[in-house]
Design a protein around this ligand. Structure first.
Ligand SMILES: Cc1cc2nc3c(=O)[nH]c(=O)nc-3n(C[C@H](O)[C@H](O)[C@H](O)COP(=O)(O)OP(=O)(O)OC[C@H]3O[C@@H](n4cnc5c(N)ncnc54)[C@H](O)[C@@H]3O)c2cc1C
Length: 460
């Protein structure tokens, strides 16, 4: 194991420039202090590049990923996916029952909804797809292949939706991913697309659980699994938090709290909101991290369709003859059928009106399902970050970090250095902590990120 040197007061340049455009605060100034037990702050540890997300406040997402709240049946997702009068078809991660809130779920939902639409449509019909995220793109590929005339309306000036690769060769050795990017065993199809595009991926494995006092024992997921299994025998659904308490665990115990923070960082919902009957995914031992631009995957799937960017749809009117779309610009356009892929957060909001109103089953599902919040921060350092204590001799450096205890906002980190040779760390945060993160300006996010990394940076 390499004993790494603590980067102190270096590399203010790029971030200073980045932050200068976001905040009137002066750029952090370098300090010559190389004390062995420094308290890391954004004044003393300065990344060379910084990127952060704001999905909770993004009007075309209004959250990060759907979840199944306690007391809600997963069948609400099937209700949401029901075609309406064979004119409106819905897809998007929230309509997938197997892997909601994921890339795999979005991809499968697009394929499923395209199949439903194709069963109702005649050759050559004019179809609109609302949203050029992965679900919309996957659906489009299938509709175009079947000979339909497809127009895709995308509110943003880019495709990809909640997949967002920031490509900036000066700042990042590989694109910073502000949305979905980590893949697992069920993501074979998307990995095939990435392989065709020569996008390299790396495997992130090995965990390090660390408190301000040094390394702590890895926290097992077994008690959480046991609590869920026990709660699933109950006559009514209870929250994951209550399931743990009933099983005799203390969700506020620092190790368990760090594990729950990691679960929340992927599901977007806190343990008090999560269903035990339909529980969130537990942290995996391995994540596959693509190291390239994910946008060409989406662009490839959209090939052959007419794409209208910066075109938020504000109104969908439908009857037995067809569908009329109101675009925010004031335009109104008619189609035979429409496939809607906007996020659950948008469906819950006021920005998209339906005439007539959606059937009760759909409105019930939209109200019952939850929109989780996940935010991410990427930091690149010019020099290696230091660990206070090296890991066990001979063990590969861990890629997955958990901060145990303390008051750091961001408790789950990916360390990309061992597998890429680049000093890049990625923090992810979910639930209420993501709400707090989303409210911070860039300078404050940076401060929170550096402070959250403290257990990994300070001397024992
Ligand atoms: C921070 C974060 C991290 C994540 N991490 C992972 C991960 O590691 N692994 C994983 O598998 N998944 C992850 N996810 C989830 C994954 O990104 C999503 O499930 C998936 O990208 C959703 O795709 P979608 O097509 O359903 O929705 P979106 O990608 O949201 O597509 C919907 C599209 O509709 C557009 N739209 C919205 N309103 C309108 C309108 N009125 N008119 C026209 N267009 C509109 C949006 O702009 C968007 O492009 C993460 C998500 C976030 C936010």
């Amino acid at each position: 194991m390499t004993r790494r040197t603590l980067l102190m007061g270096a590399g203010a340049g790029v971030l200073g420039v980045l932050l200068a455009s976001c905040t009137p605060e002066p750029a952090p100034s370098p300090t010559p202090d190389r004390s062995p037990t420094p308290k890391p702050t954004s004044d003393t540890i300065t990344p060379a590049a910084f990127a952060r997300s704001s999905w909770s406040t993004d009007p075309f997402a209004l959250g990060a990923a759907s979840f199944t709240p306690v007391g809600t049946q997963v069948s609400e997702r099937d209700a949401l996916a029901e075609p309406i009068d064979d004119r409106l078809f819905l897809s998007g991660e929230a309509t997938d029952t197997e892997a909601p809130g994921t890339i795999a779920g979005a991809l499968r939902s697009g394929d499923r909804a395209a199949g439903q639409l194709l069963r109702a449509a005649a050759t050559g019909e004019r179809v609109a797809v609302i949203g050029a995220g992965l679900a919309g793109a996957a659906a489009t590929a299938r509709l175009v292949a079947d000979g339909l005339q497809v127009t895709v309306f995308e509110a943003r000036d880019r495709v990809g939706g909640r997949i967002h690769s920031v490509v900036d060769d000066k700042a990042w050795p590989f694109p910073a991913q502000l949305g979905g990017w980590l893949l697992g065993a069920s993501d074979g199809e998307i990995r095939d697309h990435l392989t065709e595009l020569d996008v390299r991926d790396v495997s992130l494995t090995g965990t390090r659980w660390r408190s301000a006092d040094g390394d702590v024992e890895p926290v097992s997921t077994e008690p959480v699994q046991a609590a869920i299994a026990s709660a699933q025998q109950g006559v009514t659904d209870i929250s994951l938090e209550d399931a743990l308490t009933e099983a005799g665990a203390d969700p506020t115990e620092p190790g368990l709290a760090a594990l729950l923070a990691s679960i929340t960082a992927f599901s977007g919902a806190d343990a008090a909101q999560e269903s035990s009957w339909f529980p969130p995914a537990l942290p995996a031992d391995e994540y596959i991290a693509p190291l390239g631009d994910l946008t060409p995957v989406i662009e490839g799937l959209l090939d052959g369709a007419k794409l209208s960017l910066s075109s938020p749809v504000s109104r969908i009117a439908y009857d037995e003859k067809g569908v009329s779309l109101g675009i925010a610009s004031g335009e109104s356009l008619s189609f035979d059928r429409v496939l809607i892929t906007v996020p659950l957060g948008v469906l819950k909001g006021e920005g998209l009106q339906f005439a007539p109103a959606l059937p009760f089953g759909h409105r019930g599902a939209i109200a019952a399902l939850g929109m989780g919040r996940i935010e991410t921060v990427w930091l690149r350092f010019d020099e290696p970050l230091a660990f206070a204590a090296p890991q066990t001799e001979g063990e590969p450096e861990a890629a997955i970090w958990h901060a145990v205890g303390g008051d750091g906002l961001i408790r789950t980190w990916f360390n990309l250095a061992p597998v890429t040779g680049e000093d890049v760390v990625v923090g992810i945060v979910g639930g209420e902590a993501a709400d707090a993160f989303a409210k911070l300006d860039d300078q404050k996010v940076l401060e929170a990120a550096i402070a959250s990394l403290a257990p990994f940076l300070t001397a024992v």
